[in-house]
Design a protein around this ligand. Structure first.
Ligand code: 9MR
Length: 456
């Protein structure tokens, strides 16, 4: 069983642990719990999502840049540093310095990392551009294996394959040297990535796949449906969502996200920018993601307008001087459930809140483990018994030598021996017979884990 709950909320979600009871009682007054996060990452985490940005490694020495990065975001994508030309500039000579710097900056501050990208027709190193046929196929698979292995345990999701579909009305594949190695190159890349990093979510990522009626969107949808039907290891689809006058946001975007999610994959907004940064369009994008349970998070493609690959379109959430734009306020308000900072305070409800008693039907916990040499990822599923849960605690005994290094969607006490896990704000209330998931990563060997669950 692979986790359907996105792994990333770690830092902000865990920091919010103490707010759990408050959020649980607030949930009585609204269909979704109101929240009051003051940064994009914290507010997204309260909704079980992440909020990320593309990061350019050379900007990490710019303190104005890192101040916003460290304050606002809990997910990072390397803008260029993990691409094929950056990581394998000469065949079989791998270069990870710039990418490692970004990964270390992020992870040392509790942010998670999306890997971008293992296989792409663009930004190939020169030696690969001139290859073809089975030699290219082997070189591509070797690249996927080597790079995914290097970052194993550090990257929560990979854009395994990027932009493999054609623009226009064909709905088919884009011609490229990789495509000419055979139509199965995409699934071969996914299988190699799964073997190299069984703990990472594996995504297909593309642009102009936002409009549900577009042939390209349907082409990708059909590929994902086919992959799921045939057991090709795909976990998620990334929608770049570069919106501009030629390719604007459309109201069927939510249909697109939910239709893909219904195939059994997570969906993520991976490179969001909007020409002119309309606050209402940004708000709509956030609302669309929040409306789709399997939409795990949103990444904007840069921090300040001056950081954008399309700077002249001023498409981002911060001005070039680092100040927040109206679009920022709209995004934060949407993440916080539609209340804006300027709205008048609403009257408190007149009925006293009643807290539902802990469920009496107990709960069960099951665990699935992806083990590799020296470490593992465990995904734990908590299922309510005959009554709804209002909070849960799971206890897991780890064998000697196993140490938890990272966790998501739960509060933890202990990282060796007996570890205890309790719900965070957004996943404590579980309907009778329903489930929620959390997970962790550890060094060492899992052996056979036997989690126990108690309600309350
Ligand atoms: O933002 C990236 C820019 O710095 C690079 O020059 C460009 C080269 O192709 O890639 C940009 O990022 C792209 C991303 O990797 C894939 N989707 C489209 C992005 C914008 O071009």
């Amino acid at each position: 069983m692979r986790s359907t709950r996105w792994k990333a909320a770690s830092r902000a979600a865990l920091a919010l642990a103490g707010a759990g009871a408050l959020a649980a009682s607030m949930a009585l007054f609204a269909t979704a719990p109101a929240s009051a996060g003051t940064t994009l990452g914290a507010s997204a985490a309260e909704k079980g999502r992440y909020f990320g940005t593309a990061v350019a490694g050379f900007k990490l020495s710019d303190s104005a840049y890192t101040t916003i990065l460290n304050r606002e975001f809990n997910m990072v994508t390397a803008e260029n540093e993990m691409k094929m030309n950056a990581t394998e500039p000469q065949q079989n000579q791998f270069s990870y310095g710039a990418a490692d710097q970004i990964v270390n900056h992020a992870r040392s501050r509790g942010m998670s990392v999306r890997g971008h990208t293992l296989a792409w027709h663009s930004q190939q190193p020169g030696w690969m551009e001139s290859m073809s046929g089975s030699a290219l196929r082997q070189a591509m698979l070797n690249h996927v294996t080597q790079v995914a292995t290097h970052f194993r345990g550090q990257v929560v999701a990979w854009d395994v394959v990027n932009e493999a579909f054609a623009d226009g009305s064909s709905g088919g594949r884009r011609d490229s040297n990789l495509q000419r190695t055979g139509n199965d190159w995409i699934e071969a890349a996914f299988r190699a990535a799964r073997a190299a990093d069984p703990g990472a979510k594996l995504c297909y990522n593309d642009y102009n796949t936002d409009n549900w009626t577009h042939a390209k969107t349907q082409g990708v949808y059909n590929m994902v449906r086919d992959f799921k039907a045939r057991g090709v290891p795909i976990d998620c689809v990334g929608f770049q969502s570069h919106f501009n006058n030629d390719s604007p946001y459309v109201s069927n975007y939510r249909t697109t996200l939910s239709s893909f999610a219904a195939l059994g994959v997570d969906v993520q907004i991976t490179e969001l920018d909007i020409q002119g940064a309309s606050a209402s369009t940004y708000r709509s994008v956030v609302e669309d993601c929040l409306a789709v349970a399997r939409c795990n998070g949103i990444t904007v493609w840069g921090i300040r307008d001056s950081d954008s690959w399309r700077a002249s379109q001023t498409p981002l959430l911060f001005n070039s001087n680092g100040s927040k734009k109206a679009a920022y306020d709209a995004v934060l308000a949407a993440l916080n459930n539609g209340t804006t900072p300027t709205d008048p305070p609403t009257d408190p409800p007149t009925d006293p809140p009643t807290t539902p008693p802990p469920g009496t039907g107990g709960c069960t916990a099951t665990v699935s483990v992806n083990q590799w040499n020296g470490g593992f990822v465990a995904n734990v599923r908590v299922t309510a018994g005959s009554s709804a849960l209002n909070g849960w605690t799971v206890s897991i005994g780890l064998p000697s030598g196993a140490t938890v290094t990272n966790a998501w969607s739960a509060n933890r006490s202990g990282n060796t021996g007996t570890t205890n896990w309790t719900n965070v704000a957004y996943n404590g209330q579980v309907g009778a017979g329903q489930s929620t998931e959390f997970g962790f990563q550890a060094n060492g060997t899992a052996g056979s884990l036997s989690p126990t669950c108690s309600a309350g």
